[in-house]
Design a protein around this ligand. Structure first.
Ligand code: ACO
Ligand code: ZN
Length: 477
């Protein structure tokens, strides 16, 4: 607590006319303050940082980020969920300081919280074509709607009209890696979830992160998205009117894989620009730090669907650069939340490696991976590599089965560095008498068989009808 001179406040009313100085640490709270906050549906009070403050009627709301938790848990909270007994106030240099009975505290403003262990989904990379638009600076203000409005207004001046029959507009946002104040204000906007809810087919989904849908869409309680062409509408009525005209019952592009109800469609970002851009906008709601590109030309999109009598329903997708100098075989990957934790993520990953096998290359996902991306890839790599190791047979000259790391790479299309790191994480690789030896123990086999049996749906290579294109030989994508 600290003493502050205030004019007219709620606390002053209580304390009487003669009190010029009052103790009211809630009123002292600003963006960048850190304090314990009770998490949604839990009794936990982790340390959190205030990213933004807004007043609605006579209620004050605080947008908080829980330090060391993924940003998808960020939320608006009211005063009773704040523990104001220990507050770290932000310093001018952007660090936080303990002014309310709490010394120290990690640095950073709301825009640049360090050590966010699990939220680092940066899809920006050297290998990628540069974003054609960047987000201009936004003035600092408390109200996130004002911030978003300012940002969108500036974007609107620059944004192109998307090439669609209905001329839907798409804005872009480019996360940048500077520590300037300008960057921090931008970040305050793009760090906050801006879409309340989406409706996609039969699903209502709460977004996890910011996505630059046009301003008139983000003010709504819900965005209604056509599950086949991914166009977004302001109301169910408007979507209904659209559905009468929309004759798509599957993603555009070519169906290159079908096994039972699962299909994959290959979509060229150049040929199906509107669909690809709408897919990126939708995906951004669940992908952090992802750059949205107007220019989808250099990418292919592989959309996985589940078929029923109404059509081919989107489950997830991954994008892939037509040409990657870093051997990336996946740029972004997503399973839509209603389908998560059912094995579809690993099916998408398996499919991406199947494409690499057809290309005769090894591949790796673009780095860094998200927390969930890393979990899924680690699990896929471990299972795939163990599966190979367990099927290697001894040769007549050697009673012990032998396989080289390069052979594992060739058989799986997993890039060498991922094979080596997986073997290290599984603790299977030992240096013995001048060479690396892989030794497998019983526990590993049991765990492997358990998780392998869980994976019921698998990619069947013979169901893939696809010939890789050599994009380097083409004058233009
Ligand atoms: N908590 C704990 N473990 C999880 C969770 C979770 N929330 N989600 C998935 N896993 C684990 C699963 O247990 C499984 O491991 P196991 O088989 O060893 O038990 C593994 O991850 C894969 O699970 P799947 O069901 O196959 O994957 P899912 O369909 O849930 O999709 C994905 C995984 C694509 C990462 C999904 O979580 C997602 O879309 N997240 C949001 C977007 C994202 O982060 N994408 C990756 C970014 S990195 C990049 O794009 C290159
Ligand atoms: Zn449609």
């Amino acid at each position: 607590m600290r003493l502050v001179k205030k004019s007219t406040t709620r606390a002053e009313d209580i304390m009487g006319e003669e009190s010029d100085f009052i103790c009211d640490s809630v009123n002292l709270l600003t963006e960048g303050c850190r304090l314990s906050v009770r998490m949604h549906s839990s009794d936990d009070w982790p340390l959190a940082e205030i990213i933004s403050i807004k007043d609605v009627g006579n209620m004050r709301f605080y947008y908080v980020h829980y330090i060391d938790y993924n940003k998808r848990l960020d939320e608006w909270v009211t005063e009773e969920r704040l523990d104001t007994r220990k507050v770290q106030y932000p310093r001018k240099d952007g660090q936080t300081t303990g002014t309310a009975g709490n010394a120290g505290g990690g640095g950073g403003t709301g825009a640049s919280t360090p050590n966010r262990k699990t939220e680092n989904i940066s899809i920006l990379s050297q290998s990628r074509p540069a974003s054609p638009l960047s987000v201009p600076p936004v003035p600092t203000q408390n109200d996130p709607t004002v911030l978003t409005a300012a940002l969108q207004k500036k974007i609107a001046r620059k944004r192109k009209l998307v090439d669609t029959e209905e001329s839907q507009e798409v804005a872009t946002a480019t996360p940048r890696q500077t520590g300037s104040m300008v960057m921090q204000h931008d970040d305050v906007v793009t760090r906050m979830k801006n879409v309340e809810m989406i409706e996609l087919g039969l699903h209502r989904i709460s977004p996890w992160y910011f996505s630059p849908y046009p301003q008139e869409m983000v003010n709504l309680n819900c965005i209604y998205i056509c599950e086949f062409c991914l166009k977004y509408k302001k109301s169910r009525t408007s979507l209904y009117r659209h559905s009468i005209k929309c004759n798509l019952r599957n993603p555009p592009g070519t169906e290159i894989y079908r096994k039972e109800s699962i299909s994959f469609f290959e979509i060229d970002g150049r040929k199906n620009k509107s669909y690809s851009q709408n897919l990126c906008l939708l995906a951004k709601l669940f992908l952090d730090h992802k750059t949205l590109y107007y220019d989808t030309d250099p990418f292919l999109f592989y959309v996985m669907t589940e078929y029923d009598l109404k059509g081919y329903h989107i489950v997830g997708y991954f994008s892939k650069e037509k040409e990657s100098t870093e051997d990336y075989n996946v740029a972004c990957i997503l399973t839509l939340p209603p389908y998560q934790r059912k094995g579809y993520g690993k099916l998408l990953i398996e499919f991406s490696y199947e494409l690499s096998k057809f290309e005769g290359k090894t591949g790796t996902p673009e780095k860094p991976l998200s927390d969930l991306g890393l979990l899924s890839y680690r699990s896929y790599w471990s299972q795939t590599i163990l599966d190979i190791l367990l099927t290697v047979k001894p040769t007549p000259d050697n009673e012990k089965p032998q396989i080289t790391i390069n052979e594992i790479c060739e058989l799986t299309s997993i890039k060498k560095e991922d094979v080596v790191s997986t073997l290290q994480i599984l603790n299977l690789i030992n240096y013995y008498k001048g060479q690396y030896i892989i030794s497998i123990n019983k526990d590993i086999i049991t765990t492997h068989i358990d998780s392998f049996q869980k994976r019921k749906v698998r990619i069947e290579p013979k169901c893939l009808h696809w010939t890789p294109k050599d994009w380097s030989k083409r004058a233009k994508w």
